[in-house]
Design a protein around this ligand. Structure first.
Ligand code: PRP
Ligand code: URA
Length: 209
């Protein structure tokens, strides 16, 4: 079964409270999503391999670790996932970015795919799917289904707010996928929104409603 990691850190909790607050305006909301994404990028890359190279400090020669060249692709689920990309590329500027467009049908909450553009040679890369919200899990499952048609390499899912229903759905559909999330909230409401949650992430990032 894929590993589930919830970040337990006072700064993350503080920023989540700002995101949840309905008084937080678009600019601030977007900035906090980016900041949290960088923290999540640290966590999801914790097991990246390193190799030693020789360098000279001002005092001596020494062998020290650097990141091994590794192909990595980040795939935001449009729209809201776009808000997380810069937080990742700030940390890892050489990332390639794929895009998958999926929205939840407002009535049925079913995931509808409307766009796909993935880098060539996806099969040579580790893939990280990013989306601020994991609610029913329908959107993330559909995105991972698409990716698995294009790669057999490991896929990880990074969210800002997840909930038990979404995590269970991913574990059932894609038991090989690790999940890293800033927080696991309580539950879904009758409209399949996360409680306490932060509302509609895409609308709050892009100032729509
Ligand atoms: C939101 C969110 C996820 C999805 C989560 O997207 O960004 O993609 O809902 O819900 P699920 O786990 O039940 O599928 P939305 O459909 O609102 O589209 P948007 O990002 O374009 O606003
Ligand atoms: N999508 C969101 O943006 N928020 C939720 O709470 C659920 C799905």
């Amino acid at each position: 079964m894929g590993k589930v990691t919830e970040i337990n850190h006072p700064i993350v909790k503080h920023k989540l409270t700002q995101l949840r607050n309905k008084e937080t305006k678009t600019k601030n909301f977007k900035d906090i999503v980016k900041e949290l994404s960088t923290i999540l990028a640290y966590e999801v890359t914790r097991d990246l391999p390193t190799e030693e190279i020789e360098i000279e400090t001002p005092l001596t020669k020494t062998k020290q670790p650097v990141l091994k060249n590794k192909n990595m692709v980040v795939v935001p689920i449009l729209r809201a996932g776009l808000g997380m990309v810069e937080g990742f590329t700030d940390l890892l500027p050489n990332l390639k970015i794929g895009h998958i467009g999926i929205y939840r049908d407002p009535e049925t909450k079913e995931a509808i795919e409307y766009f796909k553009k993935l880098p060539d040679n996806l099969n040579e890369s580790e893939v990280i799917v990013v989306d601020p919200m994991l609610a029913t899990g329908g959107s993330a499952i559909a995105a991972i289904d698409i990716l698995k048609e294009n790669t057999s390499k490991p896929i990880k899912l990074v969210n800002i707010v997840a909930c038990p229903e979404g995590i269970e759905a991913i574990q059932e559909a894609h038991p090989d996928v690790d999940i890293v999330t800033a927080v696991i909230d309580e539950k879904l409401d009758e409209n399949k929104y996360i409680l306490p949650g932060l509302g509609d992430a895409g609308d709050r990032i892009f100032g729509t409603n």
